[in-house]
Each structure stands twice: as C-alpha cells, then as structure tokens.
Write a new protein. Structure first.
Length: 458
C-alpha cells in the first residue's frame, strides 16, 4: 500500500484543501497528522482563546475525517521529529503541507524537507491554501513585494482564481498508527466568556448564513460598531477552517457592492501575508523606521494598563477593549480606534498593543495583527503615517446613537444618544453620578505630544 502523510498546520479543514486532495489522489492510504509542538507555543501562539478555538477545530476535523473513513492523528513534540518518525513507521513516500509565511513556518519547512530527503522521501509544500493568491505570485517591477495596497489590489484582482476542491469522499488511514487524544476546549482555562465555537462545520455554517443575511449591506454598514454586520469569519480563516479562495468564489457569485467590499478585505489579508513573507522581521521590528521615540516609564505603564483594562476615559476605546476581553474578538473599526489611541494619542510603542491583542484575539494572526498595528502606528505600509484617529469623532460617526458604548460600558448606560461619548462634559452631581474615569489625556495634548516625540509633521 502506498502511503502519504498530510501535515496540518493552519489549514484545519477537509473542503478545498490542496494537500489533502493531492495525497488522496496519489496514495492508497493517507495519514492526516497535527503536531502539538511546544516551539509553536513559544512563538506566542498559546493564548487560551486560540488554544480553545484550536481544540474545537481539531475535534471537528477529526469528525469530518471519520465521516470519510479516516481519522486525525495527533502527536506531541517537535514537528520534524514526529513527522519523520511517522513517515518511517508507515513507510510513506511523501508528505504534503500548506506553505507558511512566517519565519518560523519557513524554518520548519526547511528542516522537514532536509530530514525527509535524508530518508529518501519528498516534501510537497502547497501554495494557495491559506491565502487566495500565494505570496510572491504578484510582484511589482524591481521589488520582491508590494508595499502599497491599491496597486497590489489591482494586480491581485486580475489574477486567475482556481476553483475550490471538493472534500475527499473517502480516506483510508493505516490502522496501526498511534495518536494522542484529540484536545478539547474543556482542557483550556481562562478562556474569554463569549469565545465563538471553532471548527470547519461552524465556519461553513456562518459563511453561508452571513452571505445570505448581510453581504448586500456590507459595503454601507461594515463600519457600524453597534450593527455589527461584519462577517466574524476571521478566526475561521486564521485557523484555515475556511478556505479564503472558496469565500471569494461564493461572495463573487452573489455579486454587488457588498461582495466587492468583502473580497477587498480578503485581499488586505493576502497583502499583509505577502509583506510578511518578504519581510519576516516586520513581525517585531518597524517595517519603515520613523524618527522619534515612544513613551516609557511609570506614567506610560499606567496609561498602558488603563488601555488594557478599558479605563481610558474615552468610552469608545474602552468599549472596544472590553469587547476584546469578553469575546476574544474586536470589531475592525474598534481595532483601528484603539490602536491609534495607544500608539498616537498615548504615544506607547505599537508592540505593546500588538502583544496584548495577540494575548486575547482568537484570530491573532502574526501577519495581519502586527502589520495592521504598524499601519496604524505609522511604521508600516500606510502612505499617511502621521494620521491620527480622533476617538470622539470616530465614535460619533460609527456609533452615532451610542448603542455600542452602552453595551460594553454599562456604567454609562444612563446617558442618552451621542452624549455617552463625552461624559466629561457633565458637571457637578451629574458627573459624580457616573463611576467612570476622566480621560487619561486631552486629545489636543496627546496630538502635540505625538508630534513632539515622534518627530511628526502631522
């Protein structure tokens, strides 16, 4: 019997899965394996919310494989060591896996290829599994990546789009291959109370219902904080429980301005992946160096703590930070507002904010989290690095009647309409009635400090 191994990483699905399809077509038996590697945890992945969501994804993947006659093999240890042992034990001829973009993923691929070649085996790394367009497929003249989104989007949209692959109808796994127990969400402590359920089944159900209910209004309402018509599919895309390629196909089939806007967001995701693939150091270092310095010391630490806790005195900022803690997810407009407030109004290093987000976000993706933070902080690919988002103006525009703030900052629920965005305007007993802090800094003062410390010409 010919045997192939499929190494799952951030592609936890059976539908539209090129490595699984190739293995099933090329071998009589297939071993789908996921390795719980301590080295991955040390990169910062092992936040409770992501571990819980991962457990859901693995349970669902195991169930889907069993429905087709297979099963998921789970191993603990170094990925290369475990896969090599599995290949030797099953006498597999080849290993298939999805391509990664981080420096860690590339080192893992290189180590695995070298180990397999020593044993006379082959590693096949498949592009276009995690992204729609593989990093490096679309390049500007004279550079190894696009640094500006708009020209990238034009080229990206013109690329031919492969058709999604159906899930294999049947799979056969060698019966004598051992596996650790598939992890469960109940194994994980300190999970956000309202963390969504993970897994391909849940992701596909959400995609279908969202396309029907909200795609047509997405263009006009995707920034509406209280309405929350965003797809909330980012965790499923991050874990590969949904295919971005299939999502583009299904949205484009419906068509319209909402579909165009949704597909554009998926293009942003690919854009950041191609930037990180070309500049892996941007996960922790400034993509573009800017003059000036960030605040440090006790006052900056106190401001950072207040930001983390949702006690900055700016209700829309605090609402978004509290949503993050409760759900392990934050509305995209909230991410922009809170990131701008920390990096430009408080003038605290973007890395501190990115680290906190990665500690809670279930969709905490290195490429999108780090590079979006840099975009907002002015050290990334934004062509207007000195722009500062005014949290009050943003709140009045994207939460005009204050419903989002009142949901997440209930101590201000007694304030009607847009007044909830500026509680400091109350005086005397009216102000004393609300147990809510005054602003950490006045906005003009924060702007002046940002210009002074960061050498900005804003």
């Amino acid at each position: 019997m010919t045997v192939a191994v499929v190494l799952y990483t951030s592609d936890l699905r059976v539908h539209d899965h090129p490595p699984l399809r190739a293995a099933a077509q090329g071998a009589e038996e297939v071993v789908p394996v996921f390795v719980r590697d301590p080295a991955v945890d040390r990169t910062g992945f092992a936040a409770p919310n992501r571990l819980a969501f991962l457990a859901d994804c693995l349970e669902d993947l195991d169930r889907a494989l069993k429905e087709r006659g297979g099963r998921l093999v789970v191993r603990d240890g170094d990925t290369v060591t475990e896969v090599r042992e599995l290949v030797r034990r099953t006498e597999a001829d080849e290993v298939h896996m999805a391509a990664g973009v981080t420096a860690f993923a590339r080192r893992r691929e290189a180590r695995l290829r070298e180990a397999l070649e020593e044993d006379g085996r082959r590693l096949y790394v498949h592009d276009g599994v995690v992204t729609v367009v593989p990093p490096g497929d679309v390049l500007p003249q004279g550079s190894d990546h696009f640094a500006v989104f708009t020209p990238y989007h034009r080229r990206w949209a013109a690329q031919p789009l492969r058709n999604p692959f159906a899930a294999p109808r049947s799979l056969s796994v060698p019966s004598d291959v051992r596996s650790e127990r598939v992890p469960r969400r109940s194994d994980v402590a300190d999970v956000s109370p309202a963390l969504p359920a993970g897994g391909e089944s849940e992701g596909r159900k959400r995609l279908g219902s969202w396309l029907t209910a909200h795609l047509d209004t997405y263009e006009d309402r995707h920034d509406d904080l209280a309405g929350d018509v965003t797809s909330r599919l980012s965790p499923y895309l991050h874990f590969g429980a949904l295919s971005a390629t299939e999502a583009v196909h299904r949205a484009a089939k419906r068509g319209g301005a909402g579909a165009d806007a949704f597909v554009r967001q998926l293009c942003w995701r690919d854009f950041h992946h191609q930037v990180l693939a070309a500049r892996p150091e941007a996960s922790g270092a400034d993509y573009r160096s800017r003059p000036g310095r960030w605040r440090e010391g006790p006052d900056a630490e106190a401001d950072l703590a207040a930001w983390r806790e949702g006690r900055t005195g700016y209700p829309v900022v605090d609402a978004a930070m509290r949503q993050l803690a409760h759900e392990g997810w934050m509305h995209n407009r909230g991410r922009l507002i809170t990131a701008s407030f920390l990096s430009k109004t408080l003038c605290v290093d973007w890395r501190e904010g990115a680290r906190h987000f990665l500690g809670l976000l279930v969709d905490g993706d290195v490429a999108n989290n780090q590079l979006n933070w840099q975009w907002v902080a002015g050290t990334g690919t934004d062509t207007r690095p000195n722009r500062v988002l005014n949290p009050v103006a943003q709140a009045k525009r994207y939460d005009p009647d204050g419903a989002y703030v009142r949901r997440w900052v209930p101590e201000l629920a007694g304030l009607d309409g847009a007044a909830v965005h500026e509680p400091w305007r109350l005086t005397g007993l009216d102000r004393a009635a609300y147990d809510y802090p005054d602003p950490l800094v006045e906005l003009p003062e924060g702007l002046e400090r940002f210009r002074r410390l960061r050498g900005s010409a804003a």
